[in-house]
Structure formats: structure tokens, C-alpha cells
Ligand binder design. Sequence first.
Ligand SMILES: NC(=O)C1=CN([C@@H]2O[C@H](COP(=O)(O)OP(=O)(O)OC[C@H]3O[C@@H](n4cnc5c(N)ncnc54)[C@H](OP(=O)(O)O)[C@@H]3O)[C@@H](O)[C@H]2O)C=CC1
Ligand SMILES: N[C@@H](C=O)C(=O)O
Length: 264
Amino acid sequence: MTTNTLQGKALVTGASSGIGATYARQLAAKGLDLVLVARDQARLDTLAQTLAADFGVAVEVVKADLTQAAELQALEQRLLTDSSISVLINNAGMTVEGGYVDADPARVEAMIQLNVLAPTRLSMAAAKAMAARGQGAIVNLASVVALIPEQFAGAYGATKAFVLGLTQSLATELADKGVRVQGVLPGLTRTEIFERSGHDLAALPPEWVMEVEDMVAAAIKGFEMGEGLTLPSLPDMADFAAYDKARLAMGPRLSLSNPAPRYR
Ligand SMILES: NC(=O)C1=CN([C@@H]2O[C@H](COP(=O)(O)OP(=O)(O)OC[C@H]3O[C@@H](n4cnc5c(N)ncnc54)[C@H](OP(=O)(O)O)[C@@H]3O)[C@@H](O)[C@H]2O)C=CC1
Ligand SMILES: N[C@@H](C=O)C(=O)O
């Protein structure tokens, strides 16, 4: 049976800073044990010690570069075989400098490995293991740019549209298997992601930027409210519901045997 309570042990990717580190702190405050994953072992160790001391939870650190096939595979195996992991927070992600015309193709490839391939492989592994146990939760960090890719240069928005699609189809597949799936679509959130890729958050209007603690608290509240998709900034979810209803209403007419009259 699905539950709206996050409990047990959470594996958080990208836990060394920003949204991932904040999830780790807020989940520890709720009593969840943690597996913290990122590349920066020193930062993870410091966070692990702090959370264990502050909240009395068990915290393990796993150093992994999720753009590296072997390291991603090891984490995938962990999710498949460790029945104590009841929550996956698929959060690690990056942006790159520039748009389609001027970005470094190697950086874009790394972004696709981190933002697309890693959450796909990890959510598939978690889905398989959790569905077999009939319980668990998978939280995927997408972005509002999944809905408005025109507002963020380059392929980043497309990676987040993938995460949104992955989340929606995974939720459908797991609906009757006891596993909760939530997609989180933050707007601009104050973290290191901007400076890591040469973007200047300070140049944007402050009223567009949410503090990371507020964003994660809203995302967790959305999970507890039973939301499949959570948009922390959107004042009225009826706006998204109307958009989604219009999208789904097209469904029966999107695949037909004849071309539409305008193409004849
Ligand atoms: N901040 C924002 O405005 C928004 C962010 N998001 C999404 O939220 C998620 C978290 O981003 P945010 O907290 O802002 O960014 P941060 O840059 O603060 O955090 C990114 C995390 O991912 C980890 N990471 C980066 N590269 C790798 C890698 N190759 N392998 C493993 N871990 C890696 C980093 O740790 P380390 O360097 O130690 O590996 C870090 O812990 C991302 O998916 C992002 O797209 C969505 C919407 C808005
Ligand atoms: N700000 C973007 C990430 O850096 C986003 O909105 O996803």
C-alpha cells in the first residue's frame, strides 16, 4: 500500500550541496537514515557527521561520479539489492555554460549522462526493487524549465523535460504496486548550480529566486499531500491541472490512421 510518509532510509544523490544536502537535513530531521551520494567525499563526510550528531540517524557516504558507467552501475546494484533503502531522491544534476550553438559538446554529453541517464537507471533499479517489496518512494528532481524550455538556454531544459516524462510514465506503471513516485519542478532556487556553470543568480530579480530550505520543505509537503508532481512556486495548482487536462484531452486524437485534413 502506498504511503504519504517518507520513512526508513533515503538514498540522496547530489547530497553534497544545494537541494540534495537540504533534503538530507530535512529528511534526517524526520528521522530517516541516509545514504549520501556525490563526488566530493569531504563535504559528504562533514554533512554525515553533522546530521548524525544533530538528529541521531545513521548516515552512510558513497563517493560516486554518476557520469561514470561503472560508478553508476555500482549504485544501481545497491538499489537493486539493499532492501533497507525505502526512498530514492534522484537529485544530482548540472547545467552547462552556453546554448546549443556555443556550448562544449563534451559538457553537454556529461549533463545528459548526469541529468538523464543516471536518474533513468537509478529509478528503474529502485522501481524494480521497491515494486517487488510492494513499498517505497522515488522522488525525481525535474524543473519548471521542463514546462518552459524556451527560458533556459541549451539542452538543460530538454533534460528536465525527460525527467518529467520519466516521472509521469513511471508513476503510471507503479500506480498499483505500492510505490509512490513524485516529480519536483522547482523554479530558480539559490544553490551552487549557477556558479558551477558560470550563470549569475544575482543578475536575476530576487523575487524569482526561492531559498533552498523553503523549496525542499515545500517539495516534502507536496509528497505528504500525495502530489504526483509538485511545483513549489506555482501559487495555484489549478493552473497546472488545466494545462495537464488539456494535454491529456488530446490523447485520443494523437494517433489516428489518417493524416489530419490540413496535411491532405
Ligand atoms: N537550483 C535551481 O534553480 C534548480 C535546480 N534544479 C535541479 O535540482 C537538482 C539539484 O541541483 P542544485 O542543488 O541546485 O545544484 P548544486 O550544484 O548545488 O548540487 C548538485 C549536486 O549534484 C552533485 N553532482 C554534480 N555532478 C555530479 C556527478 N557527476 N556525479 C555525482 N554527483 C554529481 C554535486 O556534488 P559533487 O560536486 O560533490 O559531485 C551536488 O551535490 C539538479 O537536478 C537541478 O537540475 C531544478 C530546478 C531549479
Ligand atoms: N535554474 C535552473 C537550474 O539551474 C532551473 O530552473 O532548473
